[in-house]
Write a protein that binds this ligand. Structure first.
Ligand code: SF4
Ligand code: SF4
Length: 88
């Protein structure tokens, strides 16, 4: 299981969540080359330890535990996975 970043991050993308993640699994950070090109940030499901610290940090409530992602945003579970797959 992992946490998932969903639609409200698009257009906000303030990286507040990045600062609190103890395992640095939220990308791309502002230091990464594709930060500008990506609409939102993503959580690496293979690294996330489900600590939940990022949830309250997000000003637009974009982050949910995988099982609690609202129905209309379920596609973001795969979107988060696909970002890290594309990184190899
Ligand atoms: S739940 Fe914890 S480990 Fe997972 S992305 Fe959020 S802060 Fe990082
Ligand atoms: S805190 Fe929320 S809006 Fe900001 S980058 Fe993280 S998920 Fe996106």
């Amino acid at each position: 299981m992992a946490h998932v970043i969903t639609e409200p991050c698009i257009g906000t993308k303030d990286t507040a969540c990045v600062e609190v993640c103890p395992v640095d699994c939220i990308h791309p950070t502002k230091k990464e080359g594709d930060h500008g090109a990506q609409q939102q940030l993503y959580i690496d499901p293979d690294t996330c330890i489900d600590c939940g610290l990022c949830v309250d940090e997000c000003p637009v409530q974009a982050i949910f535990p995988q099982d609690d992602v609202p129905a209309e945003w379920r596609k973001y579970i795969q979107i988060n996975i696909d970002y890290f797959k594309s990184k190899g």
